[in-house]
Design a protein around this ligand. Structure first.
Ligand SMILES: NC(=O)c1ccc[n+]([C@@H]2O[C@H](COP(=O)([O-])OP(=O)(O)OC[C@H]3O[C@@H](n4cnc5c(N)ncnc54)[C@H](O)[C@@H]3O)[C@@H](O)[C@H]2O)c1
Length: 355
C-alpha cells in the first residue's frame, strides 16, 4: 500500500479508538467496496486487524465493477485471508449464504458524469439495492446497517438553510436532470426509515458532502480529480459557467472517521451529515489553489456546461454538522489546502505509473 495512504489509514485508526472494538471477530459486508470510499473502509478494517483487534474481523465486498475496478483495490496485493471479494450486482437479492454482523451499502453511481450515463442503474442501486440490503439485515439480524445517501438530496438549498442541517427537506425537482441520483437516494432513505419503523431495524443514514482524496479514480470526472489531472498535465482547468458555485470539501480521513462513528454509535433510523462546515469555496478559487499547488503552467478557464454534465447543479453546498459533532464526537481536522496537497502527490504518482 502507498505510504501516503498508509499514513491516512493510521490517522483514521487514531480517530476511531472508541468505535474499533465493536468489530472484534465480526464480519462486515460492504457494497461498492471497489469504489473510492469502499476501498478506504476496507483498508481501515484490515489495518484494525493488524493493530487493534484481538480477533480479526472479516471483510466481504460486493461490487459489479460498473465504475469500480478490481485493479484499484489498494489492499489487493495483501492476499488477506480475512478479505473476500464477491462480484455481485446488488440490484439483485443478496445471497443468503453470507453471514454478516455489519452491513455498509456504499454501492452507487456517485459521479454526475456516470449517473448521467447510467440513469436506470443509478436509480435501481439506490432503491432496489437498498431494499435488498434492508431485507438481508432483517433476515440475518445484522447489528447495524449504514446506508450511503448524499448531500445531493438537499438539491439547491434555500440560502436561509445554508449551512444545511439534517432537518432541511430539500429543494429538488423529481423530473430534473439530476433526479435519477438525488430522488433515488431520497427514496433509499425513505425505505430505511420505513424498515426501521416497521421492524425496528438498526439502520442509519449518512449524507456525505463532497469527499475527496487519494484513491479517487483519475477518470472519475468529479471536480477534484478533473482539476488535479489537468493541472498536473499543465492543461487549463475547465470551470463551468462563471465559477461561482460553492462547495465544502471533506478529506477522506475525516469522512471515514464520521462513517465509523455513525455505524457503531449512531441512532437507529436517524440521518447524519458528514463533511466540513468551513472553507466554503467557489470553483474559481478551488481551481486557483490547485494550479498553485501543481506549479505547472495551467490556469482556470471558464467554459459552458458540457453536454456530458447534468444541468441544474446546486449553487451552494455547505453542511451543518452540529448533530454528528455533538452526539458522536465527530472531529474533522484536515484543512482544504493540506488535503489537496496530499491528493496531488497521490495523483502525480498514479499518472506517472500510467506512462
Ligand atoms: N464520495 C463522495 O463525496 C460521496 C458524496 C455523497 C454520496 N456518496 C455516496 O457514497 C457511495 C460511495 O461513493 P464513492 O465516492 O466511493 O463512489 P465510487 O463511484 O468510487 O464507488 C461506487 C462503487 O459502487 C459500485 N456499484 C455501483 N452500482 C453497483 C451495483 N448495482 N452492484 C454492485 N456494485 C455497484 C461501483 O462499481 C463502484 O465500485 C455512493 O453510494 C455515493 O453515491 C459519495
Amino acid at each position: 500500500m502507498d505510504a501516503l495512504i498508509q499514513e491516512d489509514i493510521k490517522n483514521i485508526i487514531d480517530s476511531i479508538k472508541r468505535e474499533a472494538p465493536a468489530f472484534d471477530g465480526k464480519t462486515i459486508l460492504i457494497s461498492g467496496g471497489a469504489g473510492f470510499l469502499g476501498n478506504y473502509l476496507v483498508a481501515t478494517f484490515l489495518q484494525l486487524n493488524k493493530e487493534v483487534l484481538k480477533n480479526p474481523c472479516k471483510v466481504i465486498i460486493m461490487d459489479n465493477f460498473i465504475t469500480g475496478s478490481q485493479k484499484n483495490l489498494i489492499f489487493a496485493s495483501e492476499n488477506n485471508p480475512n478479505f473476500k471479494l464477491i462480484e455481485h450486482d446488488v440490484r439483485k437479492p443478496i445471497p443468503t449464504n453470507i453471514d454478516a454482523d455489519y452491513v455498509i451499502h456504499a454501492a452507487g453511481l456517485a459521479s454526475p458524469f456516470y449517473y448521467k450515463k447510467f440513469p436506470i442503474e443509478t436509480i435501481e442501486v439506490a432503491v432496489n439495492g437498498t431494499k435488498n440490503f434492508l431485507e438481508y439485515t432483517k433476515e440475518k439480524k445484522v447489528k447495524s446497517m449504514l446506508y450511503f445517501s448524499s448531500s445531493e438530496i438537499y438539491g439547491d438549498p434555500d440560502p436561509k438553510f445554508i449551512p444545511t442541517p439534517e432537518e432541511y427537506s430539500g429543494n429538488i425537482s423529481p423530473i430534473g436532470p439530476r433526479a435519477c441520483y438525488d430522488e433515488s437516494k431520497r427514496l433509499g432513505e425513505t425505505l430505511c426509515v420505513t424498515y426501521h419503523q416497521l421492524y425496528n431495524l438498526p439502520v442509519k443514514i449518512v449524507r456525505p458532502f463532497n469527499v475527496y482524496g487519494p484513491g479517487m479514480k483519475v477518470n472519475d470526472y468529479r471536480v477534484i480529480p478533473t482539476f488535479m489531472v489537468k493541472a498536473i498535465n499543465g492543461e487549463n482547468l475547465p470551470v463551468h459557467d462563471k465559477g461561482n458555485q460553492t462547495r465544502t470539501f471533506c478529506y477522506i480521513t475525516d469522512a471515514i472517521q464520521g462513517f465509523f462513528k455513525i455505524l457503531v454509535s449512531g441512532k437507529n433510523g436517524e440521518v447524519y451529515n458528514v463533511g466540513r462546515d468551513n472553507e466554503e469555496i467557489n470553483m474559481n478559487d478551488l481551481g486557483n489553489i490547485i494550479t498553485k499547488l501543481a506549479a505547472t503552467n495551467s490556469k482556470v478557464q471558464l467554459i459552458n456546461y458540457p453536454e456530458s454534465y447534468p444541468a441544474g447543479e446546486p449553487k451552494r453546498r455547505c453542511p451543518n454538522i452540529t448533530k454528528i459533532k455533538r452526539d458522536l464526537g465527530f472531529n474533522p481536522t484536515v484543512d482544504l489546502e493540506t488535503g489537496l496537497a496530499r491528493t496531488l502527490v497521490a495523483y502525480r504518482s498514479v499518472l506517472q505509473a500510467q506512462k
